[in-house]
Structure formats: C-alpha cells, structure tokens
Design a protein around this ligand. Sequence first.
Ligand code: SAM
Ligand code: DTB
Ligand code: SF4
Length: 324
Amino acid sequence: MHTQTCATTVYTPARKIWSVEEVLELFEKPLMDLLWEAQQIHRQHFDSNHVQRSALFSIKTGGCSEDCKYCSQSARHNTPIEREPLKPLQQVLAAARQARDKGASRFCMGAAWRNPKEKDLDAVIEMVSAVKALGLETCLTLGMLKPGQAERLKDAGLDFYNHNLDTAPEYYAEIVSTHCYEDRLNTIDQVRAAGIKICSGGIVGMGETRRHRAGLLVQFANMIKPPESVPINHLVAIPGSPLANQSKLDSFEFVRTIAVARILLPESHVRLSAGRQEMSDEQQALCFLAGANSVFYGSELLTTDNCSPANDDELFERLGLISS
Ligand code: SAM
Ligand code: DTB
Ligand code: SF4
C-alpha cells in the first residue's frame, strides 16, 4: 500500500495568527499594562534606545489621478498643492546628500502616481542607483506596480518599497474609490516576490473605529512575512481635502496603536510617521516607550512640514535616544 506521508504532516505555523478580537483585547488593556508588554517585546528584539531615521523627498508632486480622501496631491481635491513634473536627477541627489549629511540612513522618494509608466521608471531607476552610491539605503513609493516593474527596481539595487494599506479592508472604500484593497495587496506581493524589503503601514485619525485600527494591524501581523518597516501616520488634515475638518485622535489612543503594532510585529521597525509635528514631546516619548523605533527626519514630509531636525536632535538628546 502506498502511504502518503504528507497527509499526516501537521503544519505548525511559526508565528501566531491574530484575530481582530484578540487585538481589540490588547487595545482595551490598561495603558500601563499595554506599555509594559510592548516594551518587553521591544527589548527582546531591538536596542531599546535606538531610533532609525529616514528622510522623505517628493520626486513628483501633485496632479494624482486617485481620490484618496486624506491626500494633498489628488487632482480631484481643491488643495493648495500644484502639479509638478518629475524632479531632475541632480535635484534629487542634492536632497539625498543633504539628508545623509544631517544623519539620515535611508532616503525615501515619493511620487504622486497611481502607478509609474515605464518611461518614468527608467528615470527613477537612475535615481535609485545614484542615491545608493551616496551610501544611503533607498526606498521608493510610486503607487501600484505592474508585473516586471518590481524586478527592475530590485536589479537597480532598491532596498525598500513603501506601499501602505492605510486602513482596515472594510473601511478602505470610505477613503478611496479609484483603486481597491486587493490592488494594494497585489503590489505588496509583487514587491515581496522580487526580494525587496517592504515598508507598509497606515493612517489613523481618519474617522475609523478602534476595530478598524485593529483590522489594519492584523493585516500586517498575519502576512506570511510581515513588513520590515511599518509606518504609523496620524492624519495631517489638508485644507481643501475631504478630511480637512477631521478631529484629532485621542493622543493615548495613538500611543496604544503604536504599542499594539509593536506586540503584533515584534521584528518590524515601527515608524512614528506623519503627524509627529502636532504631538507634544511627551507624547512622542510615550510612542518610543510603546515601541516606535523609526521616524521621518527632516523638516518636510512630502508636501507638509515635519518636526525640524534641530528640535528632533534636542528631543533625542533629552531622551537619551541614539539614532542612525
Ligand atoms: N502615490 C503613492 C501611494 O499612494 O502609494 C505614494 C505616495 S502616498 C502620498 C504615500 C502615503 O502617504 C499614503 O499611503 C499615506 O499613508 C501617506 N499620506 C498621504 N497623505 C497623508 C496625510 N495627509 N496624512 C497622513 N499620511 C498621509
Ligand atoms: C508614509 O507612511 N508616510 C509618508 C511616506 N510613507 C511616503 C508620507 C506622509 C505624507 C504626509 C502628508 C504630506 O506631506 O503630503
Ligand atoms: Fe495619489 Fe498616493 Fe495621494 Fe492616493 S495617496 S492621491 S495614490 S499620491
């Protein structure tokens, strides 16, 4: 008789698969208990006082075809941001040099595209090689990728690709109608398959519920391989955008979101991202205690202001944080 050994093999997942209910239980813990749990996990996987710094630069601003309600760069909203062409290589390199000299370790280049055209990709590939040659890690965020494009970026030496899921699957259609969650997941899969590291996170403070915040984090935690980098943005309310009048999320709820991300994603860098400028030094310190270990460093994000490097340097000094 032929025995099928594989039929009796018990598959044991290497990691826990999280349910939204379990994640909600974490969110509901007393804040001190949640912070303690997150901090212990953080210390098992990272140097507790180290924070990674990425610089952001918009290589192509405005005029985007998509209708993401939070975004200043959608051509469909009446925001103060004007459409600009793709920046020339020398301008990108000058910004990268400046970021490196100020102490950033990664240079993240963002473009307001639904997806890059092949001609655009040729120019971006040149940028990746040139920025890498400066000794910086490279990251791109260009929108959705078509088959073959991720491989081209990998060949150019790209380290990270940023593509956020932004919110829970069931809330996504409230925020964007011109593409869907499946499209986002599909691009993430292509990037992973090409061997590029993934940066994927989301935005809180867009009117979503705690269940939606839990649902977003569950998406990352249950991936076969979770993203290496998980940016948690607080909405920057853009005048003229549909979310212009959205009220700010309770600051402790934001800290909880960081702590839960740390517990669910013990090996990922959790980045305290957009919205940091509106946070007090004390809230930022709580976020680092909760397990955030990366920031955007530089006085600008893509189209909005960020904390000034001088303020960040002073805050890091006061907190005894070391960065690279
Ligand atoms: N077009 C590409 C895309 O959508 O992936 C890349 C650029 S897009 C600006 C990158 C990310 O920036 C978004 O997914 C979102 O998470 C974040 N973002 C954009 N506008 C924001 C805002 N007003 N507040 C917070 N985060 C924002
Ligand atoms: C991410 O998660 N946040 C960054 C980066 N990835 C591309 C973008 C933040 C943008 C904030 C609003 C603006 O400056 O336009
Ligand atoms: Fe376009 Fe990206 Fe802004 Fe959406 S988030 S409107 S895809 S630039």
